[in-house]
Design a protein around this ligand. Structure first.
Ligand code: SF4
Ligand code: SF4
Length: 286
């Protein structure tokens, strides 16, 4: 089978797997199977991140995203954000459980002090405690509600993300329900992003793995069409080097090099997840 390739047109977006694969919870749909015990990728230090930021600055990167695992488990996270916000806009993807009052106050200070935007993306996976905790674990809903109130107290308006694992979210009615939940915290400009599921990691066990037919081929997708996928303008750095995108960090062949410059080349779209990106029009950015 011949696979299409996506070129790297411009390195606009740099992702950091800043908490490695370490998370304080263990969601049943996590496409990289993060957990408190998964050390496949380790936490990144402030020094490591500063080195990536320096290379990114030379290459003209325009925006930065931080994910894990749970980024706020990284004790350097606030210092890493401070360094990042000196050179560009930053977004942190969080499960919302560690948004304590002191963390939120510091985030507000960083937001106020920077010329660039700081965004937080907080995940919810259901309309209520029961449906959410069935996916994310017992007690998680209550902790996230506290975190959202703490964010509201300092006037930071997060982007809420939900996956299609939550029943009914993708419908217009489901979206409207979520927007009402967000407004309930006093966020008068509610923002919602619905995310596709990738049939890899824990999600592969929860539902099913990709079938062989769920692949892109040179016949189904031209290289030109492939150039609209997010991997044509992003890379992901982890404790183990540079990967093509935020989704394929457990695929050995998706590790493209030791420096960002090493990765300025096309990438073959041969994974089931690539099929989801194309069919669902996925972009992991906000
Ligand atoms: S989906 Fe997010 S919050 Fe859930 S286990 Fe994975 S990294 Fe952690
Ligand atoms: S999973 Fe998506 S973003 Fe990653 S290489 Fe495949 S198409 Fe690109």
């Amino acid at each position: 089978m011949t696979f299409p390739s996506t070129p790297l047109l411009a390195l606009d977006t740099l992702w950091f797997q800043v908490a490695g694969t370490i998370c304080n919870i263990e969601c049943t749909h996590c496409f990289i199977s993060c957990s408190p015990r998964n050390h496949s990728h380790e936490m990144m230090t402030l020094g490591e991140c500063e080195r990536w930021l320096a290379e990114a600055r030379e290459l003209g990167v325009r925006e930065y995203y931080f994910t894990g695992g749970e980024p706020f488990m990284n004790r350097d996270m606030l210092a890493i954000l401070e360094a990042t916000l000196r050179q560009g806009p930053a977004t942190v993807l969080t499960n919302g459980m560690l948004l304590r009052p002191d963390v939120c106050r510091r985030l507000r200070e960083l937001f106020d002090a920077s010329d660039y935007s700081l965004d937080l993306r907080v995940s919810l996976d259901g309309f209520d405690r029961e449906s959410h905790d069935a996916i994310r674990g017992r007690g998680v809903w209550d902790r996230v509600m506290i975190g959202l109130r703490n964010l509201a107290d300092v006037g930071l308006n997060p982007v809420m993300t939900v996956t299609t694992a939550a029943e009914g979210v993708a419908s217009a009615e489901g979206r409207a329900r979520f927007l009402d939940i967000i407004r309930g915290f006093g966020f008068d400009r509610p923002r919602l992003k619905v995310l596709s599921l990738f049939r890899i990691g824990a999600e592969e066990q929860r539902t099913r793995a990709y079938e062989d037919w769920e692949r892109l081929t040179a016949e189904s997708l031209t290289d030109e069409e492939a150039s609209v996928l997010q991997c044509s303008s992003c890379r992901m750095v982890t404790s183990k080097g540079v990967y093509v995108c935020p989704i394929l960090i457990e695929e050995p062949e998706a590790r493209m090099g030791d420096t960002l410059r090493d990765t300025m080349r096309p990438f073959p779209l041969k994974y089931g997840a690539c099929h989801t990106c194309w069919v669902d029009g996925v972009t992991c950015t906000t």
